[in-house]
Design a binder for this molecule. Structure first.
Ligand SMILES: [Zn+2]
Length: 275
C-alpha cells in the first residue's frame, strides 16, 4: 500500500498525455490496493511476501477432554495427581449421551475441526492428545504440555453431565493460585469472547442449570490451576439433556462450536473479530 502513497507528485511541464497516463496508473494502483484491503482475513495480497493470516506466528493449545479408551483403565484414571491446590484423580472417562455418544468423541471432533480452522489462519496448534483411541494423558500433564509449548492461548473442550432438564453451555474460569496468577485477568477476558462467540455462532444456549449466566469460577481444576497462559474450559452443553445431546452429536454443530472457539481466539490474539 505504501507504494501508492509514495507516488511522486506530477512535475510541471509534463504533457497532458503524460499526466493522463500517470493518473490512470495511479488509479489502477489505488483500486488494486483497495481490492487487497477488502480481501477477507487469511487471504494474502497478491505479491505480498509477508504472512497476513490473522494467527501467523501464534501458538494455540487445544485440550480435548478425556480420551476414547479411558474407560478401559480405571487404575490409570484413579492415579492421584496434584492439581495445584489439592490431590485429584488423573482423569475420568468423561460422560456420554443417552444414545452412547461419548464426550471424548465429541471433544476430539471439535478439537480436530478447530485445529484445522486455526492452521488455516496461520497458527501453530498443539493438541494434548493425538487421537481418540488412547488413554490419558492425566490432567496435570495436559496442562504441562501446553505450558511447555509456550502457547499464546489455550482452550479446554468438554461437555457436561447435568440434570436431564438443564440445557446450555458454561465457561469455566480460573482463580489465582500461584502458577496462573498472571493469566487470570486475560483468561476472564478470553472467556467473555468464548461466551459471545457461542451465542453468535452456535445454536447452544447459556446454561440454565450451572454457574451464573454461563460463567463459573473454578479453583479445583488442574487445567486452570496449572496454566501459565490465558485459558478457559468450555462445557459446551449438557449431554444428559435430549435437546443438547441431539445438537452436540451433529457434525455441523460441532463445526460451529469449533468456528466459535476460533473466532474467540482470533478476537483475543488480534483485537478484532473475524468476519
Ligand atoms: Zn469432561
Amino acid at each position: 500500500m505504501d507504494r501508492v502513497h509514495r507516488n511522486p507528485g506530477l512535475s510541471p511541464g509534463r504533457s497532458r498525455i503524460q499526466v493522463l497516463a500517470v493518473a490512470v496508473v495511479a488509479a489502477m494502483l489505488t483500486s488494486a490496493c483497495a481490492a487487497a484491503s477488502a480481501a477477507p482475513a487469511g487471504v494474502r495480497a497478491a505479491g505480498s511476501r509477508s504472512d497476513s493470516r490473522p494467527l501467523a506466528g501464534k501458538i494455540v493449545g487445544i485440550d480435548p477432554g478425556h480420551n476414547g479408551l479411558n474407560y478401559t483403565d480405571p487404575a490409570f484414571l484413579s492415579k492421584q495427581i496434584w492439581n495445584g491446590r489439592e490431590w485429584e484423580d488423573c482423569d475420568t472417562t468423561g460422560t456420554q449421551t443417552a444414545g452412547g455418544y461419548t464426550e471424548a468423541r465429541f471433544t476430539f471432533n471439535v478439537a480436530t475441526y478447530l485445529a484445522a480452522d486455526l492452521r488455516k489462519d496461520g497458527a501453530r496448534v498443539v493438541l494434548t492428545r493425538p487421537s481418540n483411541r488412547g488413554i490419558g494423558p492425566c490432567v496435570d500433564r495436559r496442562a504441562r504440555i501446553l505450558d511447555r509449548a509456550h502457547a499464546n492461548i489455550s482452550i479446554d473442550i468438554h461437555a457436561d453431565y447435568g440434570p436431564a432438564s438443564g440445557r446450555g453451555f458454561t465457561v469455566l474460569e480460573p482463580v489465582a493460585d500461584g502458577p496462573n496468577d498472571k493469566v487470570v485477568g486475560p483468561s476472564i477476558r478470553f472467556g467473555h469472547y468464548v461466551h459471545t462467540a457461542f451465542l453468535r455462532r452456535t445454536r447452544m444456549t447459556v446454561s440454565d442449570y450451572y454457574g451464573h449466566n454461563g460463567y463459573i469460577l473454578r479453583n479445583d481444576l488442574a487445567g486452570l490451576n496449572l496454566t501459565t497462559m490465558p485459558k478457559v474450559l468450555i462445557e459446551s452443553g449438557n449431554m444428559n439433556n435430549a435437546t443438547d445431546a441431539r445438537l452436540l452429536t451433529q457434525a455441523r454443530v460441532q463445526r460451529s462450536i469449533a468456528r466459535a472457539l476460533a473466532a474467540a481466539i482470533i478476537r483475543f490474539l488480534t483485537g478484532h473479530w473475524p468476519s
